[in-house]
Design a protein. Structure first.
Ligand code: SF4
Length: 269
């Protein structure tokens, strides 16, 4: 049975999560200062790689509001929710900026699907990683080509795997990777969104705290881990697509749902 009450279903993500916590204004100022310093050091070769998630919308707002010379780009994997695609256009219109799109090579996707099927990501971690490599990692490499720094919305509060996220690091390619919201809580993100009228993905209102590709994202229950809706059929340690964490592949869970079971479960959600 779905644990959500009708009243909980009717609330927005801002209503559920936004709170003015001590130090919020200072964290906003610090994030802006990190962005300004990074822009001064790296423009025009710095980019925000946005998934259009709540944190990335905060960063987009900071960049646009303060006219920082930081490009904004996203990966159109070909498997995104319609709501996410609509938000790209909405953000462009709202902020008067162009969001660069990077998509996988169409022929490679067609060949992959022809060979492995539409639902191969559910069959094994290797198949899922192969799909992520094709639809995300290869386009990301093009997104980052020629850039000396990139900005992400990674936060320590997002998952145990991200608990040590630093404000700044150097990625495997030697490129500077900035995580200006590393110390922000969910309350910080949603308080900022509410205060500044930041456009956000309506799926967040429908209990999708973390949004990726449609086949690999589901809603979560109140109190459930925010990352529980991503690749939910895998063990916790595997829940990265390779964009941010490189680690050993754990075993595929024996109780992973078959596609038909997953679809049935989704229909009841
Ligand atoms: S998140 Fe899912 S659909 Fe998207 S690239 Fe990875 S496996 Fe493929």
């Amino acid at each position: 049975m779905n644990p959500l009450t009708p009243s909980a279903r009717e609330t927005t993500a801002v209503q559920r999560h936004a709170r003015a916590t001590p130090g919020h204004a200072g964290r906003v100022a610090a994030a802006l200062e990190r962005l300004e310093q990074a822009a001064a050091a790296h423009a025009p070769r710095i980019v925000l790689a946005t998934s259009l998630g709540a944190e990335d919308m905060v960063l987009t707002d900071l960049i646009a509001r303060h006219r920082l010379p930081i490009a904004v780009a996203t990966l159109d994997t070909g498997a995104l929710h319609a709501e996410t695609l609509a938000l790209v256009a909405q953000a462009e219109s709202h902020y008067g900026l162009a969001i660069e799109r990077f998509a996988p090579a169409a022929e490679a996707v067609v060949n992959f699907v022809r060979r492995h099927g539409e639902r191969s990501m559910y069959e094994s971690i290797e198949q899922r990683k192969a799909c992520c490599a094709l639809r995300k990692l290869e386009p990301l490499a093009r997104l980052l080509a020629g850039r000396t720094a990139w900005v992400t919305g990674l936060r320590r509060a997002q998952s145990a795997a991200r608990a040590e996220v630093p404000f700044e690091q150097v990625d495997e390619s030697g490129r500077v990777k900035l995580n200006p919201l590393a110390d922000w809580s969910d309350a910080d993100v949603w308080h900022y969104i509410g205060e500044h009228g930041v456009p956000y993905n309506p799926l967040h209102d429908r209990f999708f705290p973390s949004i990726g590709c449609a086949p690999c994202t589901r809603a979560v229950a109140l109190g459930e881990d925010p990352r529980a809706g991503r690749w939910w059929w895998e063990q916790e340690g595997a829940k990265e697509c390779g964009l941010h964490v490189a680690q050993a592949l754990p075993q595929h869970r024996a109780d992973a749902p078959a596609p038909a079971e997953r679809l049935a479960a989704e229909a009841q959600a």
